[in-house]
Write a protein that binds this ligand. Structure first.
Ligand code: F6R
Length: 255
């Protein structure tokens, strides 16, 4: 596992965008994508870089799979993850929508929707998975105690996550979501986790330097052969101070 500590949030976002461009340049076409505040600057940086590299702004060959979506929220709702992706990435770069996959939180049969999505993931075999991390260590919407071999499933959001999401929903915050499982996430060939800000310090420190612990879903990533974290100095402060740094952990500080 490698941990990069960027000089600030913008530097972290720029590095994540650079690695996505590099993955594309070396042949990756199937990307797992995340939403959330951390991803706003990441996608801003990515859009700028793709536009610079390809002024026609078409990324027709790329296929994307989003981690999660709220239950009971239409794709057109401004708080849906589909809307987030449209606004921050798919519209600016004119993605081929037939190749952008987001779970349908309005599906009549949600169990069947999860099975359908997982089958698509199994077919696609993601080459690159982008992740954020929740304050409670969740990845996707896999809340603490989610089994590590879980596949795409329906989940009840924890009180911390509901609190974290309150700003996106002026009305009632959705209580449930569909999410790729931890097992689904671990299938990706490489994983990049981005975390920004002091409210992520605890989760990041536990995920990277703590024991593998069901209560910290991101600690499941310790078992994956190709994981890189990108942190800003606030999110990374606990890792730098930790007495439990494992030998195989490489910390690279960017100036
Ligand atoms: C979103 C997702 C979540 C977020 C996490 C961090 O698709 O999967 O795991 O990455 O909740 O959210 P922010 O970036 O808003 O702090």
């Amino acid at each position: 596992m490698q941990v990069y500590i960027a000089k600030d949030g913008l530097g972290a976002a720029a590095l994540a965008a650079q690695w996505m461009m590099e993955a594309y340049a070396s042949g990756s076409r199937r990307f797992g994508l995340a939403t959330g505040q951390t991803m706003v600057p990441v996608y801003q940086q990515l859009v700028a870089r793709v536009r610079e590299a390809d002024p026609s702004c078409r990324v027709r060959a790329v296929e994307t799979f989003n981690l999660d979506e709220y239950v009971g929220i239409a794709a057109s709702h401004p708080g849906s993850f589909r809307s987030f992706m449209e606004n921050h990435l798919f519209i600016p770069l004119d993605f081929d929508r037939g190749r952008t996959h987001v779970l349908d939180g309005m599906a009549r049969d949600l169990a069947q929707e999860c099975q359908r999505y997982q089958a698509e993931l199994d077919r696609a075999a993601l080459e690159f998975q982008l992740l954020g991390i929740g304050r409670n260590g969740h990845i996707g919407f896999n809340e603490p105690a989610t089994p590590w071999d879980s596949r795409t499933h329906r989940i009840r959001l924890s009180p911390e996550t509901l609190e974290q999401n309150r700003d996106s929903f002026p009305g009632e915050v959705p209580q449930e979501a569909l999410t790729m499982g931890i097992g689904s996430i671990l299938q990706a060939e490489q994983i990049v986790v981005v975390a920004l800000g002091a409210d992520k310090t605890d989760a990041v420190t536990r995920a990277i330097t703590g024991p593998r612990d069901l209560e910290c879903p991101a600690s499941a990533l310790q078992d994956h052969p190709r994981v890189r974290y990108i942190l800003d100095p606030e999110a990374g402060q606990g890792v730098l101070l930790s007495p439990n740094l494992q030998n195989h952990l490489e910390i690279i500080q960017h100036s």
